[in-house]
Unconditional design. Structure first.
Length: 94
């Protein structure tokens, strides 16, 4: 019996990379939709369409619109946190 675990690991890595790309496209597509329409009740479906992803596939990553919005918040918070060291020293007072 031949060992195919290395090939299987490579295939799993490709799937994970593809999944990350799809999730990223969904998040990027959701930003302007959320800004324009708010939480309209069809955000996930519309983001999937804009990202070129079937809505059934999008639901693998986000079961509901609220989960998509929460993921956007988490991403935005991480981006802000990463930029904190760039802020000047001192307080914001006048």
């Amino acid at each position: 019996m031949r060992d195919i675990s290395a090939g299987g690991a490579a295939a799993r890595m490709l799937v994970k990379t593809a999944d990350r790309r799809i999730r990223q496209r969904l998040l990027e597509a959701a930003v302007p939709l959320l800004a324009e329409r708010g939480l309209s009740g069809s955000l996930l479906k519309e983001a999937a369409e804009a990202a070129g992803c079937p809505s059934e596939r999008a639901r693998v990553f986000f079961a509901r619109d609220e989960e998509l919005v929460l993921a956007l918040y988490v991403r935005l918070a991480a981006e802000f946190e990463a930029r904190v060291p760039e802020l000047p020293e001192g307080d914001l007072g006048a």
